[in-house]
Ligand binder design. Structure first.
Ligand SMILES: Nc1ncnc2c1ncn2[C@@H]1O[C@H](COP(=O)(O)OP(=O)(O)OP(=O)(O)O)[C@@H](O)[C@H]1O
Ligand SMILES: [Mg+2]
Length: 245
């Protein structure tokens, strides 16, 4: 049985520049659960993460975390309370070495942590590179691992992953599969993952929510969602055939 939701939003409405970007969107996720979020380009997936993480304040609705309304809480306070988020592009401070990036992440957010915590986090995500390497020289997968390690040191309870498999080859996607399962099923995090690689979500997601032009049009177990005619019309008909699971 799935536990009660740890993290949720209800009736989110977001307008930007006079345009309605999100309209009455509600999603939830429980500890150990993986919620996949899909939808065509521009559907509002990243915008939803902006609201959930605290980067943008919605005009309507609320964000709930661990029984509290955090809608008005800053991104920093949400991060401190245990809500972590990755971005579509794995941007790293190019000139800083891996060691320096991990240290800067510790000092910025959790100065009591030591380099042992950083090593623990790197081992968890399987970041096996020379830590003197400039982070700008890392391949995409290792950049993503480094940024994840920076977040994991804080032991978040909620992880929001925005397209963690973008730009990766299939064998690398398998590593993302393993990492995301580990976050949820071993570390017990509540995970929301936005992804266009539907074969990844078909394998790891417990539930999938589908956004289309800012509205949630379907939600359920992956096989039911992928078969839903509304989802096929809104999503698959516009996608390359190869992304269909
Ligand atoms: N700052 C902004 N001002 C106005 N419109 C914006 C802004 N940011 C995003 N949008 C618009 O909001 C809509 C949703 O964008 P969003 O980035 O959330 O989509 P997405 O589902 O993440 O797409 P993708 O799959 O391409 O990453 C798009 O039409 C986008 O152009
Ligand atoms: Mg996006």
């Amino acid at each position: 049985m799935v536990a009660a939701p740890l993290f949720a939003c209800e009736g989110i409405g977001l307008s930007l520049g006079g345009r309605q970007i999100l309209d009455d969107v509600s999603v939830h996720v429980a500890p150990r659960e993986i919620l996949g979020i899909i939808g065509p380009n521009g559907a509002g997936k990243t915008s939803l993460f902006e609201v959930l993480s605290g980067r943008r304040r919605p005009q309507r609705g609320r964000v709930l975390y661990d029984g509290a309304d955090v809608t008005r809480l800053s991104i920093q306070k949400r991060a401190h309370r245990g809500i972590a988020r990755t971005y579509q592009s794995p941007v790293v401070p190019n000139s800083l070495s891996v060691t320096e990036v991990l240290k800067a992440a510790r000092q910025a957010t959790t100065p009591w942590l030591t380099r042992h915590h950083a090593e623990w986090a790197c081992a968890l995500v399987g970041l096996r590179v020379d830590h003197d390497t400039p982070s700008g020289a890392l391949e995409t997968l290792n950049r993503r691992k480094l940024l994840l390690a920076c977040l994991l040191m804080r032991r978040p309870r909620v992880m929001l992953l925005d397209e963690p498999a973008a730009g990766l080859i299939n064998s690398e996607v398998d590593e993302i599969d393993t990492i995301v399962r580990m976050l949820a099923k071993e570390l017990g995090m509540a995970v929301m993952i936005v992804e266009h690689r539907l074969e990844l979500l078909a394998a790891i997601a417990d539930r999938i929510a589908v956004l289309d032009v800012g509205r949630k049009i379907a939600e359920g177990e992956p096989e039911h969602v992928f078969d839903d005619p509304r989802v096929r019309a809104a999503y698959f008909d516009n996608e390359e055939a190869e992304t269909t699971p």
